[in-house]
Design a protein around this ligand. Structure first.
Ligand code: HEM
Length: 217
């Protein structure tokens, strides 16, 4: 009864966000890029170099979803939609999932698990070294994303560790900037969005200095 009354006082968007269908819906949305890639693969839509294109597509989705995960808190603060916070972890884990797919296609299908060749790439090609750095950070964040790990590490340490998501985002953008040939603007668009999200994090509100203490978590 009390819960029903609480829901009545919320707007339709807030109600939708707190409904029990919201998480399955976001989960289904997170799988759409995978479905799209499988469809492209089966229909010959990955072009003349399907493996390279699969590496590219999965890398792009990893970076996109990382930026979406980073945008959740600013959006929550700016819109007042507290219910958005429920989806941050899932979106972050989807970013990790696409990064894992990206690395797996590269290691397994592109390099045929030739670990010596992969290691040579990591050491000799700086853009791969940087991508590896981003991937190591994302793996650590995914491994510590459970409630149990929040308890084990303690809230403060967990938050400090999870700030590394910005470093992973920056490394993802640098990886992208370094690998494109010649002057191409798309990697700079991703980098600009990341910078905007970092700037928002430290944005001042006229009333309260920083936008909000909780904004900084
Ligand atoms: C061990 C880690 C990684 C390796 C070995 C790796 C390797 C690669 C390779 C070989 C390419 C294709 C380059 C080409 O087209 O010539 C690529 C592209 C890309 N990667 Fe990674 N990557 C790694 C991690 C990551 C991570 C963690 C992200 C995102 C957060 C990422 C995002 C991208 C993006 C956005 C592209 C460019 C897509 C495009 O050309 O449109 N990569 N990566």
């Amino acid at each position: 009864m009390a819960a029903a009354q609480k829901n009545v006082s919320k707007g339709p968007v807030a109600q939708a966000l707190s409904s029990r269908w919201a998480k399955p819906a976001v989960f289904a949305l997170g799988l759409l890029p995978l479905g799209w890639m499988v469809w492209l693969g089966l229909s010959g839509g990955l072009g003349a170099e399907p493996v390279a294109e699969a590496v590219r597509q999965s890398g792009l989705w990893a970076l996109r979803l990382l930026l979406v995960a980073l945008a959740v808190t600013p959006l929550r603060i700016l819109t007042g939609l507290a219910g958005l916070a429920r989806f941050r972890r899932m979106i972050g884990l989807f970013a990790f999932f696409y990064a894992l797919l990206h690395v797996s296609v590269y290691v397994g299908v592109d390099q045929f698990f030739d670990w010596a060749a992969v290691w040579k790439d990591i050491v000799k090609r700086p853009y791969i070294t940087v991508g590896m750095g981003a991937f190591v950070i994302l793996t650590a964040l995914a491994a510590t994303s459970t409630n149990g790990m929040v308890r084990r590490l303690g809230g403060r340490r967990w938050k400090a560790l999870h700030k590394a998501v910005f470093v992973a985002g920056a490394a993802g953008c640098v990886h992208y900037v370094m690998l494109v040939k010649g002057w191409q603007y798309p990697p700079f668009v991703y980098a600009a969005i990341l910078l905007g999200l970092v700037a928002l994090r430290y944005a001042k509100s006229p009333a309260a200095g920083r936008l909000s203490p909780s904004y900084r978590t």
